[in-house]
Structures are given as C-alpha cells and as structure tokens.
Design a protein around this ligand. Structure first.
Ligand code: SF4
Length: 465
C-alpha cells in the first residue's frame, strides 16, 4: 500500500485559517490516481484539517504502508512559498515514515530547492518538477524491489552519501493522458462544510495548464517552469461536467497562473462549457495584456465571475524593473473591460520591490483609487529561490529566509522601508478598497512615519537594473 500525503496543516497557519479557503491537494490526487491506475493500492493522508504531524504518525501506525509519497500541491500558490513551519512538518513526516521502515519519496518546491534536507531526513528520492509520472515510475520500482536510479527527474543519495541527480525529465506534453484526480480519497464533506460555514458557498479547484511563459523576475517556477502546456478544452469541459455531477461545488477556482494564454483556446473552452451545460461560476488568474474584449466576453460566458491580475504597482518604473512585460495603461484597460462584462477585477499588489520610493507607493495608491479594483491582495516582495530577484538580493538575506506563516509579510532583504511600515501600508490599502473610502489622513500619518521606518541601506537594484 502506498500512502500519499502533503504537509499543509491549516491549523498551523493563522492567516489561512482565518481566510478558510481550503482546497483539496490537486497534485497529490493526480499522482495518486496515476499510481492507482497502474493497479496499486493507494490511500491519502490529507493534512488540511489535521492538527499536525502527530496525526500523520497515527495514520502510519494504523495503515502500515510500504511506501510514502509526500507530494505537495504544486497547483496551490501557497505551496510555492515554503514557510518555516511547513518545512518542519514535512521533515517530521519524512522522519516518521522512515523510522517505520517505509520507502519515502518527496515532491514539492522546497524539496526541489533543498533536496539534501529531505534526503538527510530519510527520503530516498526527491522528485523534481511536476512529479506525477516520476512518482508512478518510482513506486513501480519499489514494487519490483529495484532502486529507482534509472527514473528520470530524481535526486537521490549516492553510495558516497552525496546527492546525485538522475537524467533530466521532459515535462509532460499531453496532459489529457492523466486520469481525473482521485477525488474519492478526500473528505469532500469536510471541505464543503469548511467553505459553506465561512463563506456560504463551496469552492473546488481545477487546473487546465502548467507553467507560464512570461519572465517576471521575482516569480519562481520551480515545478512547472517557463513553458505553457495546456489540456484540450474538451478535456477540461469533461472534468467540469464530472465535477458538477460528483462534487457539486458552487464555485470553481482555476489554479492556473494564466487561464487561457490563447484567445482561441478560451473561445473553444467557453463554447464547450456552454454546449455541455457545465458552467460553474469561477475565479481565475490572468495577465493584464490578455484581458482583451474577445477573451473576457468568452470567459464571462463560461462562468467567470472574478479575475485576479498581477497589477503589482502603479509605477511603470517598478513594473519595468520586475521585467513584468506589462504597462499601467494595460492594467487600466483590462480592469475596465472586466467590469464592463460584469466580472470582478481583482489585483495582486506587491510592495517593497527594490528601488520603490514613497512616490511609487503613492502611484500605487492612486492607481487603485482611480480604477477601483473590487478586491486587492497586498504582499511584499519575497525573494523566492531560483529567481533573478533572489540572486540580486542574496547578499542581503539574513537569518530569516522564509516567512513563519503566510501572514508574516516580513521583508527578507533591505527594502526602502521595514516590515512594520509595509504592514501599515497594506492595512490602509486594504481598508480603502474594502470600504470604498479614501483615507487621506492615514496617508499623512504614513508619510510622517516613513522616515522612521527607512532601512539603513535600502537596495536600489531596481533602478540600477
Ligand atoms: S505572469 Fe504571473 S506566473 Fe507568469 S512569470 Fe509573471 S508573475 Fe509569474
């Protein structure tokens, strides 16, 4: 028996507990479905509603699996940012499985970035990248009593105790070949209850694509890479029809970095959804340059209710420094087109990118005031390993390399201002958007306080870049 698991315990993340928007671990369910299709018995430890790693130990003792696959949900953006507490949980789970004689495979961005940590904790393999096929091949090797060293896309410990990599694995090209996620392994009722109690509706997740071809220099793509591989519109519509019949969510969250890179794909998808009667109101992410009139009209017809856009800032200088390949003008246009079609325009805003001045912060505030996004998600620049941005600020990174939890909002490098100041700016921006009232007095206070919160040696890298 193979026990699949992931390490995201809602109980350990105060911000996410408060938000209460849990999603089933999609990557884990896809890999479990693939292994099961090969005829193997699979079970799931779904950490989401459990208290902590101790519950995993109880599951190990009860189930006594021969192998454990700790597979993080690569489709969940929370997974990209490995918090300190999450890493501790994952390593504790690896150690516990190993101590009970299980073979252990791990997949996820943190394991890909720091394979030695997981191998030293007792994992036999770290599976790089998207993982499903490599996990299935690894499990097949275990069952045959073979070492998986001929499986592409792994990191293992060699006989000399040093890490070694197997041949690189090509990303999956035909995603339609994957089985449907093994939804039967999760407690759907628990997710339904959590959502409906907190929000009065039940949301479920679905993915149509992997990767993103853009190159925003702070954005990590440890799993899917700089590419765009997409399922056929028909395959996605079939999954939506099954979801309607088997899970019956009130709402869908498309996990894609970009839902619909190509407008013809979007139109085919929308036509298919309408023809199959498979529409479920949904939220999605895209880019400002892709929200054309034709794309938005089709998305609205398919059920789009809310589109999240990485607007990031009101300063073109900062957008350019981020290599965002976007303009402030395009953000304005996209927002207006969405609103004209009755779709909520929601913005991701990023504070504290190197070189951002007080005037740039005011430009961000003013853009929000002028265009009126219906919701904003405000964060600070976060140096994710493997990004150009991380390399640029690497020399400034101190002892804290990860946020404690997803609500931390700590500046991990020398921004223009300190963490406390950006938290105040975040709170004022949120308040203005949530209430629809501009709070000039709060900005006057912030301006007066700014000098006290200035970093001793703020990075000006964005300007130099
Ligand atoms: S468009 Fe989004 S997903 Fe793509 S590189 Fe930029 S931030 Fe990352």
């Amino acid at each position: 028996m193979i026990l699949f698991a992931h390490s995201f315990f809602l109980a350990q993340d105060a911000k996410q507990r408060e938000k209460m928007k849990p999603y089933a671990p999609l990557s884990t369910l896809l890999a479990a479905a693939l292994v099961r299709r090969a005829g193997r018995e699979v079970v799931l430890f779904d950490a989401t509603f459990e208290a902590g790693p101790q519950a995993f130990i109880v599951a190990l003792e009860r189930l006594r699996p021969s192998g454990v696959v700790l597979m993080e949900d690569n489709f969940n953006f929370l997974t990209k940012m490995c918090t300190a507490v999450r890493r501790e949980s994952a390593l504790a789970m690896v150690r516990a499985a190993r101590a009970r004689g299980c073979r252990v495979a791990v997949n996820g961005p943190d394991a890909a970035d720091h394979p030695e940590l997981y191998l030293e904790a007792g994992a036999q393999v770290v599976v790089l990248g998207e993982g499903e096929e490599a996990v299935a091949e690894t499990v097949a090797c275990w069952e045959r009593g073979e070492d998986p060293d001929a499986v592409a896309g792994l990191v293992l410990l060699g006989e000399d105790g040093r890490t070694q990599r197997t041949a690189p694995r090509r990303a999956m090209q035909n995603l339609d070949r994957l089985p449907p996620p093994a939804w039967d392994l999760v407690d759907v009722a628990a997710y339904r209850t959590a959502w409906t109690r907190a929000h009065g509706r039940f949301s479920w997740n679905i993915a149509t694509s992997r990767g993103c071809p853009y190159a925003c220099n702070w954005c990590a793509k440890p799993t899917f890479g700089r590419r765009y591989t997409v399922r056929s519109p028909g395959d996605v519509v079939r999954e939506m029809a099954r979801l309607k019949a088997e899970i019956a969510p009130d709402h869908l969250w498309f996990t894609d970095d970009i839902l619909g890179l190509d407008v013809d794909w979007i139109c085919d998808f929308a036509d298919g959804v309408v023809a199959a009667g498979a529409a479920i109101p949904f939220s999605m992410q895209s880019r400002v340059n892709l929200m054309t009139e034709r794309a938005v009209a089709a998305l609205a017809a398919a059920g789009a209710r809310e589109v999240w856009l990485g607007v990031e800032t009101g300063s073109q200088k900062i957008l350019d420094a981020m290599d965002k390949a976007a303009t402030i003008e395009a953000a304005r246009t996209a927002t207006r087109v969405l609103k004209a079609h009755g779709v909520k325009a929601c913005w991701f805003i990023q504070l504290g990118y190197p070189g951002e001045t007080w005037e740039d912060l005011l430009a961000t505030r003013d853009l929000i005031r002028q265009e009126g996004p219906q919701e904003v998600g405000v964060s600070v620049a976060y140096p994710l390993p493997g990004t150009t941005f991380h390399d640029r600020v690497a020399a400034q990174l101190g002892g804290q390399r990860n946020w404690k939890d997803t609500g931390d909002l700590a500046m991990l490098f020398q921004g223009t201002y300190d963490s406390a100041f950006y938290r105040k700016v975040r709170d004022v921006l949120h308040r203005e958007v949530d209430t629809g009232r501009w709070d000039d007095a709060a900005w006057t206070v912030l301006e007066a306080q700014a000098v006290l919160h200035r970093s001793p040696a703020p990075s000006t890298l964005a300007v130099e870049a």
